[in-house]
Design a protein around this ligand. Structure first.
Ligand code: NAI
Length: 331
């Protein structure tokens, strides 16, 4: 029995994400919350012949509380998306307050739920959720995740394209680390190595495409938003991994942006590898029934990748601090 809740369920990501969750037979209850349109989305999805009972909630009559009661997993794609020329950080002003209020609802109603944050800027919204949970005395670093899976999905697809065989895309695994902005694909560790003789120039172009794939979509949508369908796919990929781990499947590993105290050794080894005492980082994580089991070492990286990490870390530190101080200043 799994109750999944989507906060921001009527949006560009929220709707296809809810559809894909409804398609997972392990989900028995699906609660959809948004400030608009959830009764319609829920009625529509409720006709699909899969086990989940779907209910839509709006803010009146304690809708958020009702949506969250008994939640096992809460996925948050609520908030505004980018328009051309915007960075993820430009969204902070609006999305920080939205995520803070939703996190308060989770901390007070379903503090044991796994929380998966999609709303951007992820590098700052995850610290916001964590600070809200700390404030309510319910913080468990093993259960709060920034969803960076779209970067992983893009890496698999683009590497398969380099091989000229999209059929390989589902099985290509590339560790993508850093943050969501400050994205560092470790292409030297790809399960499907790049062709021998792959030029440094091509490697840099491929790395850039994985880092800024989001911009391709923002540009193509021309003012109508950012990635929604691929994000919904990626969000459900990660959600389903958590569900499988909770059900006892072993050895599930996926990158996610987490508080490093989630690691059994406090992330000390990783901090040494990145050369800075950051509180958060995205790295491959082993998942278990209680959430994070261990944060994996980055392993052997090339000089080029080490340089990318070095560039990403100061930016990450600023993003993280911005999230933390947003809640500190509203105490
Ligand atoms: P959208 O505008 O289509 O949908 C957002 C939904 O959030 C809307 O239905 C809106 O009514 C709802 N919402 C706003 N305030 C709310 C509140 N207080 N409570 C509940 N719901 C609320 O936007 P879209 O395209 O679905 O993007 C959502 C977020 O996901 C954006 O912040 C975007 O930047 C982010 N995103 C993250 C990615 C990632 O890789 N982590 C990739 C792509 C987008």
């Amino acid at each position: 029995m799994v109750k999944a809740v989507v906060l921001g369920a009527a949006g560009g990501i929220g709707q296809p994400l809810s559809l894909l969750l409804k398609n997972n037979p392990s989900v028995t209850e699906l609660s959809l919350y948004d400030i608009v349109n959830t009764p319609g989305v829920a009625a529509d999805l409720s006709h699909i012949s899969t086990p989940a009972k779907v209910v839509g909630y709006l803010p009146p009559d304690d809708g958020l509380k009702k949506a969250l009661t008994g939640a096992d997993i809460v996925v948050i794609p609520a908030g505004v998306p980018r328009k051309p020329g915007m960075t993820r950080d430009d969204l902070f002003k609006i999305n920080a307050g939205i995520v803070r209020d939703l996190a308060t609802g989770i901390a007070t109603t379903a503090p044991k739920a796994f929380v998966l944050v999609i709303s951007n800027p992820v590098n700052s919204t995850v610290p916001i959720v964590v600070e809200v949970f700390k404030k309510h005395g319910v913080f468990d670093p093993k259960r709060i995740f920034g969803v960076t899976t779209l970067d992983v999905v893009r890496a698999s697809t683009f590497v398969a394209e380099v091989h000229g065989d999209l059929g390989k895309a589902p099985t290509v695994v590339v560790p993508v680390i850093g943050g969501h902005s400050g994205i560092v694909p470790l292409l030297s560790q790809s399960s499907h190595p790049l062709p021998s003789g792959f030029a440094q120039e091509s490697l840099e172009a491929l790395t850039y495409r994985i880092q800024f794939g989001g911009d391709e979509v923002v540009k193509a949508k021309d003012g109508a938003g950012s990635a929604t369908l691929s994000m919904a796919y990626a969000g459900v990929e990660f959600t389903n991994k958590i569900i499988r781990a909770v059900k006892g499947e072993k050895g599930i590993v996926a990158p996610s942006f987490v508080h490093l105290s989630a690691d059994k050794n406090g992330g000390e080894a990783l901090k040494k590898e990145i050369g800075r005492d950051l509180d958060y980082f995205s790295a491959p994580i082993e998942l278990g029934p209680e959430g994070v089991v261990a944060i994996k070492s980055l392993g052997k990286v090339t000089d080029y990748e080490a340089g990318l990490i070095k560039t990403a870390v100061p930016e990450l530190a600023i993003n993280i601090e911005k999230g933390v101080s947003f809640i500190d200043s509203s105490k």
